[in-house]
Ligand binder design. Structure first.
Ligand SMILES: Nc1ncnc2c1ncn2[C@@H]1O[C@H](COP(=O)(O)OP(=O)(O)OP(=O)(O)O)[C@@H](O)[C@H]1O
Ligand SMILES: [Mg+2]
Length: 304
């Protein structure tokens, strides 16, 4: 089943086109990354998905429920961790989570609430007032709030902004577990290493348009800039491979070359050519472009 179906969503703030016709289909069980620079429209799209903001045109469905005409059913399927810290300062952590449960019509939810708090390392703050929490702890509560009704679709808008390393790891462990158990995860983050490690598929937004949509592995494979580094202790690069040399330097016992490769299959051909030319490889390394290289390339050129 399709978890989130976004069809031609447009949103304008006065003269600014925040979303210029975004279409995306996210399947149940995916771990999906929604990436893009500041102001790209990620939060605007998420707030439309959450039914907190109205699109000017287009539709969004969560598990088949339209977020406008079938708001309650759509909302029930969805948990959103908002980018902005919003909370009621007068309630404790546990009260905040109980209230949220009540909102979803789940009065006896303490077992799950305890489990969520445990997994987000909030147990010892359960009876602390929200106003007495640090910024990172408040963010944990926002995550807990989004999960209180065990939604099948979980959308996290920069959940790790301002969060320390330990909590990030705790959070990713918990979110990965939920994904393994079948929950669909949509993640927005500026920490591209996190996105690369977690997301199987990504969409990149730029100025309200989807400029890339692919699996993480094929995005990374596509990018020009992967390098094969070979250290030759004898022989040399044949002339017909010279155009691939990005960098050459002498090393202790020979020469080190960085060669540009576009696809894995080229590596075999290069190695065969080297061997045929009498070159002896001492050491070899394939250095992959990472998501950050790809992101910058897409944002600069508009495409790969
Ligand atoms: N309520 C609003 N009124 C006017 N303009 C808005 C409003 N909300 C967002 N915008 C504008 O819409 C554009 C998209 O903003 P949005 O918050 O969706 O970006 P984002 O991708 O989430 O960025 P960030 O990475 O900084 O969170 C920005 O140019 C922003 O200034
Ligand atoms: Mg945002």
């Amino acid at each position: 089943m399709t978890a989130i179906q976004i069809s031609n969503v447009q949103k304008r703030y006065k003269s600014l086109q925040a979303l210029g016709g975004v279409s995306l289909s996210i399947e149940e069980g995916e771990f999906f990354g929604l990436l893009g620079p500041n102001g790209a429209g990620k939060t605007t799209l998420i707030s439309i998905i959450a039914g907190l903001n109205r699109a000017d045109a287009g539709t969004v469905q969560i598990h088949g429920h339209d977020v406008v005409s079938d708001f309650r059913a759509a909302r029930r399927k969805l948990g959103v961790v908002p980018q902005e810290l919003v909370f009621d300062p007068f309630f404790t952590v546990r009260e905040t989570l109980r209230l949220q449960s009540g909102y979803f019509g789940l009065p006896n939810n303490d077992k799950w609430i305890d489990e969520v708090m445990e997994n987000l390392d909030l147990t010892n703050k359960a009876d602390t007032n929200m106003r007495a929490l640090s910024g990172g702890m408040k963010r944990r509560v926002l995550v807990a709030q989004a999960l209180v009704h065990k939604p099948p679709v979980i959308v996290l808008d920069e959940p790790t902004a301002g969060v320390d390393v330990e909590l990030r790891q705790t959070l990713w462990k918990f979110i990965s577990r939920l994904n393994r158990e079948g929950h669909t995860i949509v993640l927005t983050t500026h920490y591209l290493e996190e996105a690369q490690a977690m997301c199987k598929r990504v969409a990149m937004l730029k100025a309200g348009q989807v400029v890339a949509l692919d699996t993480m592995s094929s995005l990374i494979r596509k990018v020009a800039g992967s390098q094969l580094i070979v250290h030759l202790k004898a022989g040399d690069i044949p002339d017909d491979l010279r155009h691939l040399v990005l960098h050459a330097e002498p090393v202790d016992s020979g020469k080190k070359y960085s060669l540009k490769v576009n696809e894995y299959s080229e590596v075999e051909q290069i190695l065969a050519r080297l061997r045929a030319n009498g070159a002896v490889i001492d050491e070899m390394q394939l250095q992959q472009a990472d998501l950050e290289d790809i992101f910058l390339q897409i944002m600069e050129k508009g495409a790969l």
